[in-house]
Ligand binder design. Structure first.
Ligand code: ACO
Length: 370
C-alpha cells in the first residue's frame, strides 16, 4: 500500500458530492452552484429544499415543503419531560443530543432506512431543532415553554419561542440569513462525522447526533460561543490591542479566526459583518461591532501583514457578534448554529445513502519503542 499521510486529513478528497463547492483561495462558497451571498437573501425553507432535493423549488413545491415543516414543529409532552429531566448543569447542545435521541425512539420510521423514511425523519429534525433549543433555554431559565407559531418563518418562530415576543422584521431576516449561512459547508468535521456514520448504514438520527457531537467542539461550531465570551471579556475598544497582543505573545488561538480551507476572507463572514453592522445601527449601540472590527484590524496586522499567515475572520466571528445583538446567550450559540446546519447534514446523509461506500481510512502505524 502506498504510504500517503495527511495529518488531520488536510486536502484529502474523501468522496464526491454535489452539495457545496468551496474555493478556499478565492473565498467562494456555493450551494449546488448558487453563490452564498445570493442565497442569503432567500428563505431558510427555500435553501433547505434546494440542498436536500437538489434543485430550487417551484412556488407550489416550496409552499408544500414550508407547510410540512411548520406542521412538524411541535414536540411531544414526553420530549418536554425528557428535557426537564435533564441535569441542569448541561447546556443546549447536550440537551439537543439527548432529546433528539429520545425522539428517535418514538419515531415510527426508526428502523426504516428507505429514502422516503429518511426524508421524513430529516424533515422532523429540521422542524424540531428550533423547538428543542428554545424550550430547553426557557426551561433552564425557569420559564414556560412557548408553542411554535405557524404564522412565522423558521427564523422568526425560533426567536419568538426563545424570547416570548415576536421579533422585529430585521431580526427575523437576520436569523433567517444566519440559518442559511450556517446550513452547509462541504466536508466540515460535523458533516464528515455524520456521513461516516451514515456510511455504516446506521440510522439518520445517529448520524445527526454524531454531527452534533462534532459541532460542539471549540475548534468547530463551539468557536461561536467563545467569540461571544471573548467580546464580553474585552469589554471596550481600548482593551482590544492588549487582549489580541496577549494571545499573539502567548501563541494562543484567536477564536473566530483561521480556517482549514479558506486562505482568504471567509465569504460567509463578509455577509455576517454586514448583518452585524446593520443590527448594531438599528439598536443604536455600536460597542460590540466596534470591538469586533478592532479585533479584526489588529489580527490582520499581526497575522497577515506581519507573519504572512492567512488567518482571517471565519464564519464564527461576526456571527457571534450578530447573536449578541439578537440577545442570544453565548451558551446557546452552538445550538443555534446546529439549527441552521441540520438541513446540510440531512442533505449529506441522503447523498451518502444514495451512493454508499463505507468510509474507512487507514492509520500510519508507529511502532512503540518502549
Ligand atoms: N489564531 C492564531 N493562530 C492561528 C489561528 C487562530 N485562530 N488559526 C490558525 N493559527 C495558526 C496556528 O497557530 C498555526 O501556526 P504555526 O504554523 O506557527 O504553528 C497555523 O496558523 C496553522 O494552524 P492549524 O491550527 O494547524 O490549522 P488548521 O487548519 O488545523 O486549523 C482551525 C483550522 C482549527 C479552524 C484553526 O484556524 C483554529 O483553531 N481557529 C480558531 C477556532 C475557530 O475559530 N474555529 C472555527 C472554525 S469555522 C467552523 O468550524 C465552523
Amino acid at each position: 500500500m502506498e504510504d500517503k499521510f495527511a495529518k488531520g486529513l488536510e486536502n484529502v478528497i474523501a468522496l464526491e458530492s454535489g452539495i457545496s463547492f468551496i474555493d478556499g483561495e478565492k473565498g467562494i462558497l456555493e450551494y449546488r452552484g448558487f453563490d452564498i451571498a445570493e442565497l442569503s437573501k432567500l428563505s431558510y425553507d427555500q435553501v433547505s429544499y434546494m440542498l436536500i432535493m437538489g434543485k430550487m423549488p417551484g412556488e407550489e413545491e416550496l409552499e408544500e415543503f414550508s407547510d410540512n415543516l411548520k406542521e412538524l414543529r411541535k414536540i411531544t409532552d414526553s420530549a418536554f419531560k425528557v428535557m426537564r429531566f435533564c441535569n441542569y448543569n448541561i447546556e443546549a447542545m447536550d440537551a439537543l443530543r439527548t432529546t433528539i435521541s429520545y425522539m428517535s425512539h418514538c419515531d415510527p420510521d426508526l428502523n426504516d432506512n428507505s429514502p422516503e423514511a429518511n426524508l421524513r425523519k430529516g424533515m422532523k429534525m429540521i422542524a424540531r431543532f428550533p423547538t428543542v433549543v428554545a424550550s430547553f433555554s426557557r426551561v433552564k431559565n425557569g420559564l414556560e415553554e412557548i408553542e411554535p407559531d405557524p404564522e412565522l418563518s423558521h427564523g422568526a418562530n425560533f426567536l419568538y419561542m426563545l424570547r416570548g415576543k415576536r421579533p422585529t422584521d430585521l431580526e427575523s431576516r437576520i436569523l433567517e440569513t444566519d440559518f442559511i449561512l450556517s446550513a452547509d459547508h462541504e466536508l466540515n468535521p460535523s458533516t464528515f462525522t455524520a456521513r461516516t456514520i451514515t456510511s455504516t448504514l446506521s440510522d439518520i438520527h445517529s448520524s445527526v447526533i454524531g454531527g452534533l457531537c462534532a459541532l460542539k467542539g471549540p475548534l468547530h461550531g463551539g468557536a461561536r460561543m467563545e467569540v461571544m465570551e471573548m467580546v464580553d471579556e474585552i469589554g471596550t475598544v481600548d482593551e482590544v490591542e492588549a487582549f489580541v497582543m496577549g494571545k499573539v505573545q502567548n501563541h494562543e488561538k484567536l477564536m473566530g479566526f483561521g480556517h482549514r480551507v479558506y486562505k482568504t476572507y471567509d465569504p460567509r463572514a463578509k455577509v455576517y459583518k454586514k448583518l452585524a453592522k446593520q443590527i448594531a445601527e438599528e439598536r443604536n449601540d455600536m460597542l460590540w461591532f466596534d470591538i469586533a472590527e478592532r479585533i479584526e484590524t489588529i489580527a490582520y496586522r499581526e497575522f497577515v501583514q506581519n507573519k504572512d499567515k492567512p488567518i482571517y475572520p471565519n464564519v464564527d466571528f461576526y456571527s457571534g457578534i450578530v447573536y449578541k445583538y439578537l440577545d442570544i446567550p453565548p451558551k446557546l450559540a452552538t445550538a443555534v448554529f446546529a439549527i441552521g446546519r441540520i438541513s446540510g447534514w440531512i442533505a449529506h446523509c441522503l447523498e451518502q445513502y444514495s451512493d454508499n461506500r463505507l468510509i474507512r481510512p487507514r492509520a500510519k502505524f508507529i511502532r512503540s519503542k518502549l
